[in-house]
Design a binder for this molecule. Sequence first.
Ligand code: MN
Length: 200
Amino acid sequence: MANYELPALPYAHDALEPFIDKMTMEIHHGRHHNAYVTNLNKALEGNELLGSSLEDLMKDISKLSPAIRNNGGGHYNHSLFWQVMKPGGSAPEGKLLDAINAAFTSVEEFKKLFANAAMTRFGSGWAWLSVSGGKLVVTSTPNQDNPLMDVAEVNGTPILGLDVWEHAYYLKYQNKRNEYIDGWWNVVNWNEVAARFNKA
Ligand code: MN
């Protein structure tokens, strides 16, 4: 089976400036994400699961090793993260906008709830917007866990994720996670989130 590979960034390292700086993107993608891929391949060396879809790994993650959980989650989460951002950002519309309004009353209220999930995740982890049982939910997970994992408190299909590990923002924002979150809304690729919503 084929090894996992680091996906190329869909834009230049400096494309998300000034909200996410070039050096953070270079280190985050080229070193952190790359290390998750390398270590996932090592963890699955000689294992028949090597090369199976990340979704398949996630759903039975409780049966697999901590190295597969951490690095498989890291590979899945970062692969999603790069895709749900783009220079210039956009706004939710159409069926996704209707679903956000139905679940959270407004985009503004959704953003507050999501930012709160991101702010209150102690230590390292992720905030998520997922489709769970046909409804939109906001959750957070520790470390490199995600809502696809059978160990998650709330299972669902993630359609938007925010990395709140310090490596995602510390160079530019230091301890000011709130300012990183505020800035990040400017680079959310809502077209990609909508595409994931339509498939979920
Ligand atoms: Mn990260």
